[in-house]
Design a protein around this ligand. Structure first.
Ligand SMILES: *Cc1c(COP(=O)(O)O)cnc(C)c1O
Length: 471
């Protein structure tokens, strides 16, 4: 480094007058030399600017708004590792209280001071734990009966979230999926029962299907399982994947039976960072009672001089989300959760109605189970349009919105839909801006004289299948 360079590396050098700002960002090796903190900060921060504003990301279910106190608690706890229970015993207590409140919110029958559950990084970890518990319980029973236990399977609809594919792949469980159809857009109960046998570790209905926003009929499934288990002598249980529904149903539809009030529901998982209203990094699972959590899954760890019992895939994890969940429970209460979620629901319904009224669109369902919905192109309009929903997605990006277009799961994978997830932080005013932007984007797309690339690709694929359109 010559003296000129050394000077330019001075802390006096204006950030954008520095040598580092003239260099490509490091991408392969750790840089040899230091960069002043402010400059490094700017390099990192500036890199994030072309991304969608999280609040305008209507693709995600995950929290993008928390109030100042919740945010402050999280920032203040940013250096706390949840696993250090000896050093931070109050964090462990608050985590236990959260599990209690979640368990009671889902009507657990378990008595006793501490309910049986675990914290996770998200629903994914919680689903994995629920799946593993079901598999181990089944295996123990098969072993005790002297029966083979090498061919476990799990039954759910094709609208599963990817974590279930991971679970089945990683633990080598056969995944049996019930196809969705346009007329039967949620789990077909009789088909699901038809796929069960002595090797079924559990059925997994979903409260808040990611693809459509709908809820599987869990009460109906429980009834059908009761009959089937009676008839066969099996005891196939239910794990509910309530990633979004777990924090919606108790507040917006408390009378609906989907949780531990049903006999065969032995475990439920949810994302604290979805409608639990905490920033990313939080999931919960609760078991009906401690007999359903196999002893093999609790690890007693002698760590830093204390014996702690741990259930989870991770060891270290941030404590901040747990404090934030506890804060939300105290601050919002049942009342507050109900108010926030019912506003989200009303805003989702408002957008649903506005979009349903546009001649080019058709809503996938008339009713909303959760504050999100999907729609598709009106079939007659679709035949003549020069654009697709993928083009609309691109256009909306130009006004900052992320509204995803995607194809549906197996059996209805020809169908392209678009989805909006309404969360805390979306006001009526923002909904109006969005609807206006959608209308303007459609007006622009309707001016096109020729098919867009995505429309052309679609026409070509249809031609190959022998469908002929007007252009
Ligand atoms: C979001 C979601 C998951 C995964 O949850 P994470 O919290 O993102 O790990 C699993 N299942 C369903 C139904 C979901 O909506």
């Amino acid at each position: 480094m010559d003296s000129k360079d050394r000077k330019r590396n001075d802390s006096d050098t204006p950030i954008y007058g520095s040598r580092q700002m003239m260099e490509p960002a490091p991408s392969e090796y750790i840089p040899k030399h230091r960069t002043p903190a402010e400059t490094a900060y700017r390099i990192v921060k500036d890199e994030t600017f072309p991304q969608t504003q999280p609040r305008l990301n209507l693709a995600t279910f995950v929290t993008t708004y928390m109030d100042d106190y919740g945010t402050r608690l999280m920032n203040e706890a940013v250096g706390i590792n949840y696993i250090d229970e000896t050093e931070y015993p109050r964090v462990a207590v608050m985590c236990g209280r959260c599990i209690n409140m979640v368990a009671n919110m889902w009507n657990t029958p378990e008595k006793g001071e501490w309910k049986t559950g675990a914290v996770g990084i998200g629903s994914s970890e919680a689903c994995m734990l629920g799946g593993v518990a079901a598999w181990l319980r089944w295996r123990e029973k098969r072993k005790a009966q002297g029966k083979p236990y090498d061919k476990p399977n799990l039954v759910m609809s094709t609208a599963y979230q990817v974590v279930w594919e991971k679970f089945c792949q990683l633990w080598q469980i056969e995944m049996r999926t019930v196809p969705l159809s346009r007329s039967n857009p949620t789990l077909d109960i009789s088909k699901a029962i038809g796929m069960c046998d002595e090797n079924t570790i559990c059925i997994v209905p979903i409260a808040g299907v990611t693809w459509t926003g709908m809820n599987d009929d869990i009460e109906g499934l429980d009834k059908a399982l009761e009959e089937y288990n009676q008839k066969t002598g099996y005891d196939i249980p239910i794990h509910v994947d309530a990633a979004s529904g777990g924090f919606i149903l108790p507040f917006l539809d408390p009378e609906k039976k989907w949780d531990f009030r049903l006999k065969w529901v032995l475990s439920i998982s949810t994302s604290g960072h979805k409608y639990g209203l905490v920033y990313p990094g939080l999931g919960w699972i609760v078991w009906r009672d401690k007999t359903y959590l196999p002893a093999d899954m609790s690890f007693s760890v002698n760590y830093l001089g204390a014996n702690i019992t741990q259930v989870g895939l991770n060891f270290s994890r941030p404590a901040a989300q747990i404090l934030a969940q506890y804060y939300n429970f105290i601050h919002l209460g049942v009342e507050g959760y109900r108010e926030i979620h019912s506003n989200s629901m009303d805003i989702a319904k408002y957008c649903h109605q506005k979009i349903g009224n546009m001649p080019c669109f058709k809503n996938y369902t008339e009713k909303l189970d959760n504050p999100l919905f999907v729609w598709y192109m009106e079939p007659e309009y679709d035949k003549k349009a020069n654009w697709t929903l993928f083009d609309l997605q691109d256009k909306l990006m130009q006004s900052g919105w992320m509204v995803p277009a995607y194809t549906m799961p197996a059996a209805i994978e020809d169908m392209v839909v678009m989805r909006i997830v309404v969360r805390q932080g979306m006001s009526r005013d923002m909904a109006d801006m969005l609807i206006n932007d959608i209308k303007n984007a459609v007006a622009e797309l309707e001016k096109l004289q020729y098919p867009t690339a995505s429309r052309q690709a679609y026409l070509d694929s249809q031609k190959q299948k022998g469908h002929v359109f007007t252009h």
